[in-house]
Design a protein around this ligand. Sequence first.
Ligand code: ATR
Length: 280
Amino acid sequence: MADRNTFGIAGVMGWPVAHSRSPVIHNHWLQRYGIAGRYVLFAVPPEKLEAAVRGLAALGLRGCNVTTPHKQAIFPMLDRVDDLARRIGAVNTVVVEKDGTLTGFNNDGNGFIQSLRDADPKWRPDSGPVLVLGAGGASRAVVASLAAQGAKEIRLANRTLDKAQQIADAVGPVVKVLPWGERADALEGVALLANATSLGMAGKPPLEISLDRLPKSALVGDLIYIPPETPLLAAARVHGNITVNGLGLLLNQARPAFNAWFGVMPEITPELVRAIEATF
Ligand code: ATR
């Protein structure tokens, strides 16, 4: 049995890591649930990742989040990685088990899906075809999680077709790859449009897409949360769709991690949302 601090410590390893909002979320919950502990930033350069990961159990930490550039590199340093994280090809959460071994998870895609269900309780991953735009790490998490939760048809469009094809190869035939130029036509009949490109982010050009073919019943989700309403979400709102930004992903991916580390499934309250928004 590994020794654990009674004072529960967790954190996020990244390089750089200063921009992370995770301390606000987890420290808010620690205080709210009266748990003695702290969530801290670990600025870990790539060449020190292995030593840092090895130190997790020795220091009695409960676990950590992992962010850029460590999400793939950490795989061989873990004792086990769950199936979904393996399919995504990235770990965002590490749990130090009671025996000191390390398990890797990826809650990003499921966090996004949960935020969509919170916004529209009638929507489910198998409600109808889905169009995902983008094929970076965020897209991969969303596509693999949608498939794992029963999506029947995932249309995937990306500027670089080959990257979309790689996701389709990893996730399976439920993913239909489309050229970037066909994104507007691919809106026909969808129950969800999800933007996983960086287009629309503060300082980046907007995502250009005609919403003429988008059903008004479709949910529109953007993984971006700065700005809180991207030009895509503003256009979709005007079009009559329910819209969801990336803040819900950030908050919902943190819930199962907090539960695994501290034994309480925490709630997302308006007060917590305000605390995060105050950091923008
Ligand atoms: P993340 O890890 O957050 O997913 P990323 O890996 O940098 O970020 O992915 C960014 C996504 O935005 C990619 O799908 C990228 O398209 P490419 O794969 O073709 O690079 C997409 N993207 C960025 N700028 C774009 C642009 N000007 N037009 C179209 N897509 C763009």
